[in-house]
Design a protein around this ligand. Structure first.
Ligand SMILES: Nc1ncnc2c1ncn2[C@@H]1O[C@H](COP(=O)(O)OP(=O)(O)OP(=O)(O)O)[C@@H](O)[C@H]1O
Ligand SMILES: [Mg+2]
Length: 295
């Protein structure tokens, strides 16, 4: 394990035993690391296991097999998670698709943002707390005048900004963002992605980003892992993935990304992916520098 690895997932398995003869292999042995200061993204179609991995990292889904380490602490079984909780709980924050919708409708924006700070007794004086709320609101592009509003008095994009302000308030080491823009309009999506970029560039946050849309994470990700059927089929720097996709599934995902040329777009070849030929039992193999694929 390298010094710079904030999060390390090693052969993580999460199987759900639905009945005696039916098991869902939601995540079936995946390994990756999130390095300090980077944006690492997992992409893949619906049901490929992305949120299950996020819940593993949050301590909600202990591993059936394999391990997850955060800052060197084992967090993937209940007992060790409990032991490591004080190192983990404040230091990993999550933003998800429905964060905006899940804000308490009876709390004002300022109380939603300050709740984690109050609970963790971060600021001794009320003046400092108010200052911090204003600062956080400015950081996520919200006018501090909004602080006395209720969630239903602001737009969906603004609500997601409130959720993000709440998540960054404690200066977490890692922000897990599970489809954080999936429920927003396309124009608002771009604004929120720009906000994540700002937080990463200017504030040095580390992100574990989850999305089903490869095009969306292309520019904000340092590295990308492509998930399919509970496996990571390919993992490498984002630029490399777009230049030299190796796995047939990655190639088919890339071929489906729209290009801003209507004539080409109409006749461009879509590469299909033959699911029947998918071999989940292959081994992760190095295909180039920092580039691995399921062979
Ligand atoms: N608690 C659970 N019990 C049983 N099956 C589950 C549970 N959680 C997830 N699954 C199953 O595990 C598989 C992976 O689900 P997961 O939510 O991780 O996918 P996902 O990649 O996040 O999909 P989406 O893009 O739709 O959010 C799915 O088949 C899902 O039905
Ligand atoms: Mg999901």
């Amino acid at each position: 394990m390298s010094e710079s690895d904030l999060l390390r997932v090693v052969d993580y398995h999460k199987h759900f035993h639905i009945s005696r003869n039916f098991t869902v292999k939601a995540v079936d042995g995946i390994s990756f690391e999130v390095r300090s200061g980077e944006v690492f993204s997992l992409v893949g179609e619906s049901g490929s296991g992305k949120s299950t991995v996020a819940k593993g990292v949050m301590g909600i889904y202990p591993a059936n097999k394999g391990e997850i380490y955060f800052k060197g602490h084992l967090i993937s079984d209940r007992k060790s998670y409990k032991k490591a909780r004080k190192h983990v709980q404040k230091d990993i924050q999550i933003v998800f698709q429905d964060s905006a919708a899940a804000l308490n409708p009876r709390m004002k924006v300022k109380d939603i943002i300050s709740e984690p700070l109050v609970v963790n007794k971060i600021f001794p004086s009320k003046g400092e707390l108010i200052e911090r709320i204003d600062e956080l609101m400015l950081q996520v592009g919200l006018d501090p005048l909004f602080k006395n509003k209720y969630p239903n008095e602001i737009s969906g994009g603004q609500r997601q900004r409130v959720a993000i302000a709440r998540a960054i308030g404690l200066n977490p080491d890692l922000i897990v963002a599970d489809e954080p823009v999936a429920s927003l309009d396309v124009s608002i999506q771009a604004q929120i992605i720009t906000l994540f970029e700002y937080l990463r560039e200017e504030k040095n946050f580390t992100f574990f980003f989850i999305a089903h849309d490869l095009a969306l994470v292309r520019y904000i990700s340092d590295r990308v892992g492509v998930m399919y059927g509970g496996k990571i089929v390919e993992i490498c720097p984002s630029e490399e993935l777009f230049k030299n996709p190796w796995h047939p599934y990655t190639r088919s995902l890339l071929s489906a990304i729209p290009v801003p040329d209507p004539i080409y777009e109409k006749q461009k070849p879509l590469i299909g992916f033959d699911k029947s030929k998918f071999n989940p039992n292959g081994a992760m193999t190095k295909v180039a520098d920092d580039h691995y694929a399921l062979a």
